[in-house]
Design a protein around this ligand. Sequence first.
Ligand code: SF4
Length: 305
Amino acid sequence: MVRLRNGRCLTATSKRESPPKSSSKTKKKRKKIESPIPSIHSTIPKVKPESQTLMTKPSSRKKGNSPPQHWQEVHDLIQKMRMNRTADVDTMGCETFTETALPPHENRFRTLISAMLSSQTKDTVNAAAMDRLKKHGLTVENVLKTSQQDLEKLIYPVSFFKNKSKYIKAVCEQLKQDAEGKEFIDIPDTFQGLKSLPGVGPKMAHLVMTCAWERTEGICVDIHVHRISNRLGWVKTWNKASGNSRQQDPEKTREELEQWLPREHWATINPLLVGFGQTICTPLRPKCESCTVNQLCPSAFKAKI
Ligand code: SF4
């Protein structure tokens, strides 16, 4: 089993945001805004392809809602490849910013904010922004007291930091309103409640339900889950002709996966495949030669995107 993680929203904002205004000292420290697709940080050693002694027939999707052939075998082999937990998601997933000394509602708020920041942002960039927010004081009340401009500076260079800072402020306003007459401010405890928050879509809501409330109502499909599920032939929601997986609808991938993947795997499939996507089945130049499912994968040695 692997730990839960933050996801990346595939909803693209068409325009890059310019950095927040700040001192020249801060400007010198700025780095280029990261690509929406994380680069490779693989430290996984070469693994002897166990699949050479296993099935040689590539996994394929049967008609209807039946599971694809060999999916369990592929799943278990990926779990073995992920046993060392060397992916960024294993140490910087959205559930890793909680502290046992804090009240549960404050930890849940941290998880929500981390999930909001993580869309189209590297785990390392997200973790650094979360550290700055924590030092600043990451509570609903404190965020409301913080100016929009200061909030932008705190989360920069997270992707779309201007929009995200507006959404975070709006979420805090709503949480405060919803908590009127209650003992403390908390995030919604339902999928629909989370999805109703500004800037929170279904992927993020599923992630937060799992990470913050430990209740899984759907699979969180980010760009890694979307890409790898299609490469493995587990779903067919990827129009290869377009050459751009982000043009496809991850919600369709979620629907197809939920049709056959046993519910017990809904919470763990995201961190499993995200870490696999960060280390082996990378967006570009996947390491098929050291991947132990290469004889069961219909995309082995031919995956380009
Ligand atoms: S595309 Fe390559 S790295 Fe990805 S699952 Fe298939 S064989 Fe493994």
